[in-house]
Design a protein around this ligand. Structure first.
Ligand code: NDP
Length: 399
């Protein structure tokens, strides 16, 4: 069917690239381009024998011109951005300049303020529409599958959804006292920020980790979970008509929280530069350098993830509740693609999003979040490509 340029070659990209190679009828040719070319070449070597033709390249995606020349040289049908949120806008600029469609998994965040919002990317709406190209934003698990679940619930089970609780549980144990399951810098920025949720048309802000609840997750057991700000709340508040409240909860173990508190208290999670031996360094970036690389957690992580949404609303005049979730096993993911479940649950939907844009099932000129398209083809693809979903018509609710 076509060609995809994949930017980034970290934990998530590695899964997506494995999945593209499993789906070689659609991804006939891919180019893996990242800051460190050796990683791209090593992955290509691992995938030797795949029917997908793989090229590699070095690129600094902070530099729009470098991305433009790569696109001009390779002529992909879609650019799949699996680098970091900081590169979203430079890559979108390159897509505009070359009239190439764009897919990512995380919304733009400026380096110097830990505040991620869609406003910067939504501002490209008119330019993408006029250029006749599609940008699909946030095609990971959360954001991503959680938005598709919401669209599916609305299409098949509700006349109106009033409340959504997104529950992200990781029951995985990697054996380290402290490590993050995806890019440590992005992960720690997310969890040390203030929490917030959407209620009655406005944001309600909380202190970090101020709201705690418990839930008994299938495949994991009882876990404490904490309310966080999360990016899909912003788009779902726009795209689910009649919504009154959206919250996002993530589970954290006590060891993770104790270490995080200590690191925060000593200033190691700060993103303000400090002068160290005559050189400016950012404490959080230094911390990232000493923590285990998330890509190395695969072989040691055991247990499962359970991520999904609980919906409350109205169907034919009656109150209704409904839950959709996926359970993913860390070791099974590792056996299949050499990565733990956090990368797996993000990398598979990224491949699916790119496939649907490429084969035009989800193509519309402009900038869109996943819940703005028909959820059915995505839901079918989740079952087919390794993230089967389950439904519960009488779920336990979160108070
Ligand atoms: P990693 O840090 O493992 O990988 C990031 C990759 O991007 C690395 O290969 C890195 O290169 C490359 N990169 C960074 N800067 C540049 C640049 N300027 N130019 C070119 N390449 C660059 O991160 P993850 O794989 O864990 O995460 C990837 C993305 O997925 C992130 O945006 C993250 O926020 C998102 N994500 C989304 C989730 C969801 O459910 N929606 C869940 C988890 C993650 P190098 O190897 O040289 O460092």
């Amino acid at each position: 069917m076509g060609k995809a340029l994949i930017i980034g070659c970290g934990g998530v990209a590695s899964v997506t690239i494995h999945k593209c190679c499993q789906n070689s009828d659609v991804f006939q040719e891919i180019m893996i381009a990242s800051r460190t070319r050796d990683k791209c070449d090593a992955l290509k070597a691992k995938l030797k024998g795949s029917r997908t033709i793989i090229h590699t390249a070095q690129v600094d995606a902070d530099d729009t011109h470098q991305v433009i020349s790569l696109i001009e040289q390779f002529k992909p049908d879609v650019v799949l951005n699996l680098a970091l949120p900081y590169q979203d806008l430079t890559i979108m600029d390159a897509c505009l300049a070359t009239r190439t469609s764009y897919v990512d998994t995380a919304n733009y965040e400026p380096r110097d303020t830990a505040k991620f919002e869609y406003k910067w990317q939504w501002a490209y709406q008119d330019r993408f529409r006029e250029a006749g190209i599609c940008a699909l934003l946030g095609s990971g698990f959360d954001p991503g599958v959680t938005g598709v679940f919401s669209a599916y619930a609305l299409k098949h089970h509700f006349d109106e959804i009033h409340k959504i609780d997104i529950l992200d549980a990781n029951g995985g144990d990697h054996g380290y006292p402290f490590a993050t399951n995806f890019n440590p810098e992005i992960n720690i920025r997310e969890v040390t920020a203030n929490g917030s949720f959407w209620e009655n048309g406005r944001w309600v802000e909380t202190e970090p980790m101020a709201i705690k609840r418990g839930y008994d997750f299938e495949g994991i057991g009882k876990r404490d979970m904490y309310l966080l700000h999360h990016e899909e709340i912003e788009s779902l508040a726009e795209n689910i008509p009649g919504i009154k409240r959206i919250r996002f909860f993530m589970t954290f173990g006590q060891s993770y929280l104790t270490h995080l508190k200590c690191l925060e208290n000593v200033g190691m999670t700060s993103i303000k530069p400090v002068c160290f031996q005559g050189q400016d360094i950012i404490p959080l970036q230094f911390l990232k350098a000493v923590l285990p690389d998330p890509a190395s957690l695969g072989p040691r992580t055991v247990g499962k993830t359970n991520i999904g949404c609980i919906f409350q609303g109205i169907k034919e005049g009656k109150e209704k509740k409904y839950r959709l979730f996926n359970i993913c096993d860390h070791q099974e993911s590792y056996r299949e693609v050499g990565s733990q479940a956090i990368s797996y649950t993000t990398g598979v939907p990224a491949m699916i999003g790119a496939m649907l844009v490429m084969n035009k099932t989800w193509f519309r000129p402009g900038v869109y979040n996943v819940e703005e398209f028909d959820p059915d083809p995505f839901m079918d693809a989740l079952n087919r490509w390794g993230l089967p979903w389950q439904e519960d018509f009488n779920p336990v609710m979160v108070d």
